[in-house]
Design a binder for this molecule. Structure first.
Ligand code: FAD
Length: 535
């Protein structure tokens, strides 16, 4: 305790010298820390100054590891009441790519490292007839999975491809993967939240209770509050997964089949796949890209020519069918019937079988491999777009077959989703069509490769070209994990939802202190806080 108090006095001195001599009474910040820990440790501060993207940097003054929701509330309340303005940002696992969780000159609340009480057990709700689990906002999805599996053989319904992301971090965006056509994004599978607003109030919200806050926070980019608890919908976890990839050289056939498969969301479970994604294979290397290790080992690479004689783009459709031991005898038949509806290149079926958990955790294996080669902690100029289904062929012609010019520098995901599975009351913005695609350019810059087309500058310029192309061609895309820099750009991003966004901001974070790394609304003119530096 003496150690904590000493540490806090340092922080207070730091805040005083940073934000001016009229900072609030020392006791206020001392109370703010509660059981949590405010740290000035240079290592922790440096770690909270960057993120996975590696293109933005801003040092906070301090990092807080909260012991619970009360600590978060006390800290935010102290900041709200402070005579001088400073930002407070929740940081989940820091896997943003553009400084979204940074808090220049303020406090980063390190949600994924808090000292948290034991997790509650999964429970059954008689009113919904469904299982659920209450989790801490900073919990990683991989830990939620392990917990629910170990306690009842249950699992969340909707996923991201990568599980080392925090619950609060993905719910602040949407949380999508190949199950979204069926269950909606992760924000569609949440029953209730505890949220600390920008005024420091700890509020429980749901569709029925404080619904404006509930819908605002889901997909809300951290703008209206810090999620400290989420009640997540669960289902019985399947045991195994049949994972299939097939290839196309014809984009129209590829998208026709993808759209057919996601339109089967309402069908009986045996008549639809459980997961549908896809990716674009621009260059030879990507047949064997880092997301493919379960299929194609480096020792046994798949040659493009072995599946199709012509040069040019290939499109890979990826599907899974979940099953239990009791259905093991019929899985071949079920999958064959589903594949029979599709028009892929006949010789291009790749199949593997694995436990459900290994499938969900598939990207972690690739992460380990890239880390070992020093290729994980490199700049990631990612671009994620929602493209209306009616314009996806134009996008293919202009971007995949045009701007990319035979080089992709990382996986390019493409898969459709059903708009009616997204709740329009949430803050997230999607195109105005019943079906839209995620197109994700998950690229890595390799500044020391000697290849100018792998530099950060080149890839960033190419991202801009893609956005300009969509503008010029009138393709009304929306960015997922959006990056905009001016108020006008954000107003355009939110479109008709902009007025509601501003009203919610005024109600829940009137001092614009939260998640300022998103750069949506500027800090008040009187603040002396520094800005995020972006390369
Ligand atoms: P952070 O980067 O720490 O924070 C992101 C934003 O959310 C910040 O503005 C932060 O202030 C805010 N925030 C964080 N925690 C909270 C909280 N508790 N309450 C309120 N606001 C909060 N996304 C998908 O949808 N599907 C995928 O398949 C997918 N795969 C990915 C794979 C990798 C390797 C990476 C790096 C990212 C991937 N993402 C994916 C993107 C990811 O969902 C977002 O970047 C997400 O924000 C990261 O979560 P995080 O916990 O690291 O959040």
């Amino acid at each position: 305790m003496a150690h904590t108090v000493l540490l806090l006095l340092f922080v207070i001195c730091g805040l005083t010298s940073t934000v001016g001599p009229t900072v609030e009474p020392a006791e206020m910040l001392l109370r703010a820390a509660g059981e949590g820990q405010l740290s000035l440790d240079p290592w922790e501060v440096a770690a909270a100054a960057v993120d996975f993207g590696g293109v933005a940097r801003a040092e906070p003054l301090a990092v807080m590891r909260p012991g619970g929701a009360g600590d978060v509330a006390r800290l935010v309340r102290a900041a709200y009441r402070s005579a001088r303005w400073f930002p407070v940002s929740a940081r989940g696992h820091g896997h943003s790519t553009n400084g979204q969780a940074l808090a220049p000159g303020g406090v980063v609340v390190q949600m994924s490292r808090g000292r948290i009480a034991p997790r509650p057990m999964p429970a059954y709700s008689a009113s919904t007839g469904e299982y659920y689990v209450d989790v801490w906002g900073g919990d990683l999805w991989v830990d939620v999975l392990n917990w629910t599996l170990a306690n009842g053989g249950l699992a969340p319904k909707s996923w991201t491809d990568y599980l080392y992301l925090s619950v609060g971090g993905t719910l602040s965006n949407a949380g999508i993967s190949g199950q979204a056509f069926h269950h909606g994004p992760q924000i569609s599978d949440v029953y209730e939240l505890d949220v600390v607003t920008g005024k420091g109030e700890l509020i429980t919200c749901s569709e029925e209770q404080n619904s404006e806050l509930f819908h605002g926070v889901l997909g809300g980019l951290g703008q209206f509050g810090i999620i400290t608890r989420a009640r997540i919908a669960l289902e019985t976890a399947p045991h195994r997964v049949r994972w299939i990839r097939v290839l196309y050289s014809d984009f129209a056939a590829f998208t026709r089949d993808q759209e057919l498969l996601v339109s089967l969301h309402g069908a009986h479970r045996s008549e639809s796949f459980d997961y549908v994604e896809g990716f674009v294979i621009v260059d030879e290397g990507l047949v064997n890209n880092w997301r493919s290790s379960f299929f194609f080992s480096p020792k046994n690479p798949v040659k493009r020519s072995s599946v199709h004689a012509n040069a040019g783009l290939l499109y890979c459709l990826e599907m899974t069918k979940n099953y239990d031991d009791s259905a093991a005898d019929s899985i071949d038949e079920v999958v064959e019937a589903l594949l029979g509806q599709l028009g892929y290149i006949p010789a291009s079926v790749f199949t593997t079988d694995l436990p459900y958990v290994d499938f969900l955790d598939r990207v972690h294996k690739a992460e380990m491999r890239l880390r070992a080669k020093g290729l994980w902690a490199v700049p990631h100029p990612w671009l994620n777009l929602f493209v209306p289904a009616s314009r996806i062929a134009d996008f293919d012609r202009g971007v995949f077959r045009g701007i990319l010019g035979n080089k992709s520098s990382g996986p390019i995901l493409i898969y459709p989703m059903n708009k009616h599975k997204w709740d329009d009351r949430s803050s997230v913005v999607t195109p105005h069509e019943d079906m839209f695609y995620l197109v994700a350019f998950l690229r890595s810059a390799l500044p020391d490769s000697g290849d100018p087309t792998q530099s950060l500058e080149y890839l960033s310029r190419q991202n801009k070209k893609i956005l300009d192309f969509c503008d010029d061609a009138g393709i009304e895309i929306k960015q997922y994990l959006p990056v905009h820099r001016s108020r006008a750009e954000w107003a355009r991003h939110f479109g008709p939802k902009w007025g509601r966004f501003l009203r919610r901001k005024a109600q829940f974070d009137p001092k614009c202190m939260l998640a300022t790394g998103q750069a949506i609304l500027p800090p008040p003119p009187s603040s002396s806080s520094s800005f995020v530096f972006r390369w």
